[in-house]
Design a protein around this ligand. Structure first.
Ligand code: NAD
Length: 278
């Protein structure tokens, strides 16, 4: 199989697929990014070996199965593509169009989009029925949920195959229709929006918000979670849900988010968001 995008999510998807025994090609538009992602994964898995949580053999096998590739043409024979690139409709559409000219007619095309309409991504493809959402959660290796998202033209058999594959990877899949934000991201929008509104009102600091929600039983607070997701991605998700709901003011994106994105303070991945990371 082929994973496209070697960022936070693509690296995690490649890891889970490889740990489940698949040979995985990993491609990223930024030169060297796929190899860097594999290098980081090696460090993470080796740390788990040192803690006795994984065997050195299983880690070596997982890493052997992941092959960074420098050109999509190298993946002409794959049966499944999972796309995890930037959250932009135009870029995703262009990529899938390009892929259709490379892969076989029966290759399944899956997108890890968090919020963009699967129906819209498929528009313009020669075989839109083979495009399906396979929405993982961050961090992919730990989070069990996968939303299997069907657009208007998605073939039910394709969705079912991805549902079964997710189960085989140890995940807990659910079927979802391609509504704006699907299930979890739609429900989560007000959670982030109210947090960001409280920040604008200077109610308390991000650390206080996070401590409150942790004390209330959440595994992470909202600010640390937004830092983990990446503010660019989270802002794109909010914007796309807002637009898809005909600019319903319940979903208006936050100025706080936009300022963080404009300033390149994207969260963990850039070294600084609400918090600083070494
Ligand atoms: P990221 O910024 O960490 O990584 C994206 C990668 O895609 C980058 O390495 C970039 O170089 C690469 N890329 C961009 N355009 C490309 C192209 N045209 N071809 C090939 N590579 C390209 O982003 P991420 O957080 O991994 O998000 C990726 C996708 O997963 C998005 O659609 C996002 O909405 C979705 N998602 C993200 C999260 C999250 O918590 N971050 C959770 C679920 C789903």
């Amino acid at each position: 199989m082929l994973v496209i995008g070697a960022g936070i999510m693509g690296a995690g998807i490649a890891q889970v697929a490889a740990q489940s025994g698949h040979a995985v090609m990993l491609f990223d538009a930024r030169e060297g990014a796929a190899a860097e992602a594999k290098g980081k994964l090696a460090q993470t898995l080796e740390a788990l070996v040192a803690k006795g949580k994984l065997s050195a053999d299983s880690v070596a096998q997982t890493l052997d199965r992941i092959e960074p590739i420098a050109s999509l043409e190298a993946a002409a024979s794959v049966r499944l593509v999972v796309e995890a690139i930037v959250e932009r409709l135009d870029v995703k559409r262009a990529l899938f169009k390009q892929l259709e000219a490379i892969v076989a007619d029966d290759c399944v095309l899956a997108t890890n989009t968090s919020s963009i309409s699967v129906t819209a991504i498929a528009n313009g493809l020669q075989r839109p029925q083979r495009l399906v959402g396979m929405h993982f959660f961050n961090p992919v290796a730990l989070m069990k949920l996968v939303e299997v998202v069907s657009g208007l033209q998605t073939d039910a058999a394709v969705a079912e195959a991805i549902f079964e594959l997710s189960k085989a990877w140890g995940k807990t899949p659910v079927h979802a229709r391609s509504t704006p934000g699907f299930i979890v991201n739609r429900i989560a929008r007000p959670y982030y929006a109210e947090t960001l509104a409280l920040l604008l009102e200077q109610a308390a600091t991000p650390a206080v918000f996070d401590a409150c929600l942790r004390a209330a039983g959440f595994r992470m607070g909202p600010c640390e979670l937004m830092d983990l997701i990446g503010h660019d991605t989270n802002f794109s998700v909010t914007t796309s849900v807002y637009e898809a709901n005909f600019f319903d003011k319940r979903f208006v994106p936050s100025l706080v988010q936009r300022e963080l994105v404009d300033g390149g303070l994207l969260g963990r991945k850039s070294g600084r968001g609400f918090y600083r990371y070494p």
